[in-house]
Design a protein around this ligand. Structure first.
Ligand SMILES: N[C@@H](CCC(=O)N[C@@H](CS)C(=O)NCC(=O)O)C(=O)O
Length: 287
């Protein structure tokens, strides 16, 4: 374990390479002036194909597949590695400078929505879809939605960070967050042994929020060999549920939007029209 004695007062070490991620700062707000682009559709999404971003694009694709034409959207790419999240236009939509962020321009005044869970709930309420109508079902869906929002940072900021991204491997940190990630997978596995979907019989925003994180982890999509390291094959009910969601065409389309890595045929960097899936993926653009 690396020995470190914290000083009495923490100070920001701005030396190149001193911070874990060069873009991280201990202060909020914009670093530069930059307006956001606006497309033709009512909903403008500013995002990236990470698990938090994919929650929203799966939801939008599910809404469109279910016939909600008002869910047509432009998905713009926010390159967080380049600092796009600190542009003034983006910060006006999300003062927390993180993707995903949504602007609904369908009404008299644009409505901004940030935090992926808030975006899912906003869209579910706006279109009356993917959220059970009865109070018990709705509450159970929200229980799992909020569970996901509170739990995933231990997986991403904890396990994923220390297992994959941190410049040094710290056994204490990897151990602590592996333990917690496996505990969370077991929470899900036990719930999914009782019911097909998190809220019960109905596929809902609770599943849409949870799939890109825990479904992706179980399927081996995240953090190198993390699925082997965490023995995710043990979580049979999570895997069964993940396959049921992955069988949905809207889930496959949603995972392609704003994607910057993986197979070029599965990367649709920006989405402005339903036909873009057939004509604008990276493999087609390269031709
Ligand atoms: N709680 C937020 C988390 C969003 C989040 O962490 N976004 C990451 C990408 S997955 C991000 O934009 N990071 C950029 C940064 O931290 O500067 C949500 O669910 O919307």
């Amino acid at each position: 374990m690396t020995e470190y004695t914290p000083p009495k007062i923490w100070t920001w070490n701005k030396k190149p390479g001193a911070n874990v991620a060069a873009l991280n700062r201990p202060i909020a707000g914009a670093t530069h002036d930059k307006e956001l682009p606006v497309g033709k559709h009512p909903l403008q999404l500013y995002s990236l194909g990470t698990p938090n971003g994919v929650k929203v694009t799966i939801m939008l694709e599910e809404l469109l597949a279910a016939g909600h034409k008002g869910a047509e959207y432009d998905a713009w790419l926010i390159k967080i590695g380049d600092g796009d999240q600190f542009g003034s236009g983006f910060v006006a939509v999300n003062p927390n400078s993180k993707i995903p962020a949504l602007l609904d321009r369908s009404g008299p005044k644009p409505i901004r929505v940030f935090e992926s869970g808030a975006i899912l709930l906003y869209l579910a309420e706006k279109f009356g879809a993917f959220l059970p109508k009865d109070i018990a079902g709705r509450t159970e869906a929200l229980n799992w939605l909020f569970w996901q929002m509170g739990s995933a940072p231990y997986v991403g900021g904890g396990f994923g960070h220390f297992y994959m991204y941190a410049p040094i491997k710290i056994e204490y940190a990897i151990d602590r967050f592996s333990m917690e990630t496996k505990r969370q997978l077991d929470v899900l596995d036990r719930r999914l042994a009782e019911v097909p979907y998190l809220a019960g019989d109905e596929y809902s925003i609770a599943d849409i929020a949870t799939f890109p994180w825990y479904g992706g982890l179980a399927k081996g999509w995240q953090y190198g060999d993390a699925a082997t390291f965490l023995s995710t094959h043990e979580y049979k009910n999570v895997l069964r549920w993940a396959e049921a969601i992955w069988a949905r065409p809207a889930a496959k389309r949603g995972r392609m939007v704003n994607r910057m890595s993986g197979d070029p045929s599965e990367q649709l960097r920006e989405r402005h029209d339903a036909s873009d899936f057939d004509t604008k993926t990276q493999d087609k653009i390269a031709k």
